[in-house]
Design a binder for this molecule. Structure first.
Ligand code: PGA
Length: 251
């Protein structure tokens, strides 16, 4: 069965001391969540410090981005091997802020996904439609295009090591959460896309997280949906109680 994954995307927030305190606070209580996978994704400059803070706990470390090349003259970039060296297990790829603010294309995301998998990282690949796209009835077309582009060329084995995060862009950081039904229908559509390209067994094993204004108050309802296998949490992942309150919704 799919294990629920609750991951915190800290984005470009916190500084070293509060980052370590947040990580320690989560690690301290992590054993209350034995049946779930937990992960924190701090800014890359704090991966080392946060990695030390959660060492020996069941909390996994994740990065928020990486570059697809192995090494070389790529000023400002970080490779998959460097993330592994820092103890990362996960890397968020294709987050909507990287797609829409930093201009990442499905092609670029695809190269990163392949490089992450080759290095043994678990990519958390984000897809999601804009409000205008939802209102124009294009949600499934957009999701399909992002799935095809970002996840092109993956073998079945590679696909089984991917986590997908459905994050409707209009729900990210807005307080406007998708209803459990809105989220579930997209998750189911994503699972059907996996089934169509690979097979039913593989589709049943891939974890699909929901992200976008997840809070302790709405987590349980979302996580109860048959095809929602966890949450990618932004704002509420910056407070121990809120993050673990969301995880509690999956127990
Ligand atoms: P949010 O962000 O929880 O603050 O809406 C989610 C995300 O961007 O992953």
């Amino acid at each position: 069965m799919r294990r629920v994954l609750i991951a915190g995307n800290w984005k470009m927030n916190t500084t070293r001391v509060p980052a370590v305190a947040l990580a320690e606070g989560i690690a301290e209580k992590a054993n209350d969540f034995d049946s779930l996978d937990l992960a924190v994704c701090p800014p890359s400059c704090y991966l080392d410090a946060v990695g030390r803070a959660i060492a020996g706990s069941k909390v996994g470390l994740g990065a928020q981005n990486m570059y697809h090349e192995r090494e070389g003259a790529y000023t400002g970039e970080i490779s998959a091997a460097m993330l592994c060296d820092l103890g990362c297990r996960y890397v968020i790829l294709g987050h909507s802020e990287r797609r829409h603010i930093l201009g990442e294309t499905d092609g670029a995301i695809n190269q990163k996904v392949l490089a992450a998998l080759a290095a043994g990282l678990t990519p958390i690949v984000c897809v999601g439609e804009l409000l205008a796209e939802r209102e124009a009835g294009q949600t499934f077309a957009v999701i399909g295009r992002q799935f095809d582009g970002s996840l092109a060329g993956l073998s079945a084995e590679q696909m089984s090591n991917v986590v997908i995060a459905y994050e409707p862009v209009w729900a990210i950081g807005t307080g406007k959460v998708a209803t459990p039904q809105q989220a579930e229908e997209v998750h189911l559509a994503l699972r059907k896309l996996i089934e169509k390209r690979y097979n039913e067994g593989l589709a049943k094993g891939v974890r699909i997280q929901y992200g976008g204004s997840v809070k302790p108050e709405n987590a349980a309802e979302l996580l109860k949906q048959p095809d929602i296998d966890g949450a990618l949490v932004g704002g509420a992942s910056l407070k121990v109680d809120l993050f673990l309150g969301i995880a509690a919704g999956a127990l």
